[in-house]
Design a protein around this ligand. Structure first.
Ligand SMILES: [Zn+2]
Length: 83
């Protein structure tokens, strides 16, 4: 039995399972918001921000992943669409 997978950074297979999306097609203000809303597992701190963002779908959920501004480790934010 495997534990439930809840986050792409915790799943070594997630890179193969990703469906790429186009983060750069989002409006500028949306991009800025997503880039600032981060949780870094390494710094153990929220909202440090990220660089080099990519967007992808994984297990039916959408994430923006990049590098922590402070330490450079990978961070990923789940995007929950509101409408
Ligand atoms: Zn960090």
């Amino acid at each position: 039995m495997s534990a439930p997978i809840d986050h792409p950074l915790n799943d070594p297979n997630s890179v193969k399972e990703r469906i790429s999306r186009r983060f750069e097609d989002r409006p500028q203000d949306e991009q800025r918001d997503f880039l600032s809303m981060t949780w870094c597992q390494s710094c153990y701190q929220a909202d440090l921000g990220m660089t080099d963002p990519i967007e992808y779908e994984w297990h039916g959920r959408v994430f923006v992943e990049g590098r922590c501004v402070q330490c450079g480790e990978r961070v990923a934010t789940e995007i929950v669409e509101e409408d």
